[in-house]
Design a protein around this ligand. Sequence first.
Ligand SMILES: Nc1ncnc2c1ncn2[C@@H]1O[C@H](COP(=O)(O)OP(=O)(O)OP(=O)(O)O)[C@@H](O)[C@H]1O
Ligand SMILES: [Mg+2]
Length: 273
Amino acid sequence: MEKDIQPSDGIIVIKNLTKKFGDNLVLDDVSVAFEKGKTTVVIGPSGCGKTVLIKHIIALLRPNDGQVYFNGKRIDDQPEKKLEKVRTRMGFLFQGGALFDSLTVYENIVFPIKQHHRVKNYERLDEIVETKLTMVGMNGFQDYYPAKLSGGQKKRIALARAISLNPEVILYDEPTTGLDPIRSDVINELILKLQRELGVTSIVVTHDMTSAYKISDRIIMLHNGRIIVDGNAEHIKKHPFPVVQQFIRGQISETDLKALRVSIDDIKISDID
Ligand SMILES: Nc1ncnc2c1ncn2[C@@H]1O[C@H](COP(=O)(O)OP(=O)(O)OP(=O)(O)O)[C@@H](O)[C@H]1O
Ligand SMILES: [Mg+2]
């Protein structure tokens, strides 16, 4: 179902990407173009390669085959030094948040700025931090250490850090995992707000279908190394593939259920022995 894609088809274009780790073929000739200013949600079972896919977008992983383009320029074959510049134009929120625990909220947010720019004007830095924290509803928390923050607050700070360099693209890896429904919705609203107010392109990996339906312009589903579905929320909801319906409804497949029954029966037998 993947058509021939050109480097100019989107702000980020992945063309015929294949990634293996030893014998483990994770991505099998995947092609996808991400349109500027849109939010694309990537779904798929655990271990199907969602994180691997987005790590290729910031070239933290390199393909075995295929290419990755950012604004029409190939990046997957660039040396690390050149990639640093590319990465300043993308913000990423890693799976798990990953704030620096030994740094305050303020220091966490200025970290990428100091890393990429020679800072002369510290007042300007205070102002940037204030703006970013205000965007995520956390202004006033500058001097807190991450240990004093809740999971949802940490995600918001991580998001403030991800936008510290005014990225054109934001990559989110499971931004709502581990949050209660209200806190998840705060993150959903923030993702929508960043898209509307800053016009950023977002790529969001999630298992959370409520979030996926709410924030997406488009949803793609990865399965067995390939994109098996690509469309809007309505398209996904009505999709005829059982594997898609089972995934979006959180239902176990008949095959897995049988396997589970067999293993439960095994336990009972060994218990009697
Ligand atoms: N650095 C690595 N070295 C070896 N194998 C890896 C590496 N990174 C990922 N993999 C393998 O690639 C596959 C896909 O991993 P990935 O982390 O992309 O899954 P995922 O879809 O993000 O899953 P989850 O929903 O659980 O986060 C897995 O089989 C994983 O073991
Ligand atoms: Mg992952």
